[in-house]
Design a protein around this ligand. Structure first.
Ligand code: SAM
Ligand code: GLN
Length: 299
């Protein structure tokens, strides 16, 4: 795949060439549009409207090179363009952070809905995002509900560098700390804990696509104890730091619902945990409510 002599001359022809090429190599054809938007600095609507315009000659080599690179290696398009969209905002991403996923937007949505349904939108709440990565969850919560006091932790100082940059770019007020999940905020009376921790078991490595295994940091993906280690740690920290959050909201692997529910309800008898499905009907979240402080989760 080193033939850079592509015959397209218009934007539309470039789009046709790229999507067909990607499809023929078992890659997502939609990647063509993302890369066109990025290289031509156009929106999707502009791409459609100006399809018959000539493809700028000086941009051809770099566009074609990115299509080849993605096809050959599976490098996520977000790494090629250096950013990912999450909850309608752009976050810088790189090899140090997990590319934020659409299912995690549903976790954030669930937390926001909980706050709204319980009439807490104007309360002064302390929220912590454990394993913040790019800062996607923490920054979104802080920007959606400005009065909240948002904390975020990660074990990776490199990830925190990217998260801090993203918070700054987006104008989000988040307090970042390095450390093991809740440890850096042990002394804070946290109201809401939200986390998308690593949850893939080491045995599942062979089932993951190259796009994930080769490019997302393994620290973000894999956890011991069949992928459940992070939930065990978080629950035992809640207990030993005597924290009494009203809500604990976690993303989970689709087969982990009952296990995570049990880890929470056994470790924290004052909580009722419930497994929730994403828009594709897959169980991907656990929401646990404090029996004493939440009268009606009502979601
Ligand atoms: N919250 C981001 C998101 O949803 O896109 C990133 C989630 S990623 C699946 C998990 C994150 O947890 C990674 O950034 C990883 O560095 C971090 N992590 C792993 N082990 C940790 C630990 N013991 N304490 C704190 N963070 C940890
Ligand atoms: N959802 C990610 C994936 O499927 C994994 C993220 C995680 O382990 N929290 O690759």
């Amino acid at each position: 795949m080193n033939n850079m002599e592509q015959s397209f001359t218009t934007i539309q022809e470039a789009r046709q060439w790229a999507s067909l090429f990607l499809k023929e190599h078992q890659r997502e054809p939609g990647v063509a549009d993302w890369l066109l938007e990025h290289h031509l600095n156009m929106s999707y609507t502009q791409l459609m409207a100006y399809g018959r315009d000539p493809f700028p000659h000086e941009k051809k080599d770099s566009f074609v090179a990115d299509i080849y690179k993605h096809t050959e290696t599976g490098i996520p398009v977000q790494h090629l363009i250096g950013e990912a969209e999450f909850y309608g905002r752009r976050f810088d991403v790189n090899a140090d952070v997990l590319v934020p996923r659409p299912e995690t937007e549903e976790l954030v949505e669930g937390v926001l809905r909980f706050i709204e349904k319980n009439g807490l939108t104007s309360e002064y709440l302390k929220v912590v995002d454990l394993g913040t990565g790019s800062g996607a969850i923490a920054c979104t919560l802080s920007l959606e509900l400005e009065h909240m006091d948002v904390y975020a932790t990660d074990i990776s100082s490199q990830a925190l560098g990217t998260a801090t940059h993203n918070a700054h770019q987006l104008g989000a007020k988040v307090n970042f700390y390095q450390g093991d999940f809740l440890a850096p905020v042990a002394g804070e009376a946290i109201d809401i804990i939200v986390s998308n921790p690593p949850y893939i078991s080491h045995a599942e490595l062979k089932e993951l696509s190259d796009t994930v295994v080769q490019f997302d940091p393994h620290l973000a993906l894999f956890a011991d104890a069949e992928g459940l280690a992070a939930y065990h740690t978080i629950v035992s920290q809640i207990k030993s730091y005597h924290l009494t959050p009203m809500l604990i909201a976690c993303e989970i692997g689709h087969l982990q619902g009952e296990s995570v529910k049990e880890i929470i309800e056994t470790g924290l008898p004052g909580y009722h945990a419930e497994v929730r499905s994403d828009i594709n009907g897959k169980p991907r979240m656990v929401f646990a409510y404090s029996k004493t402080s939440v009268k009606s989760p009502d979601y």
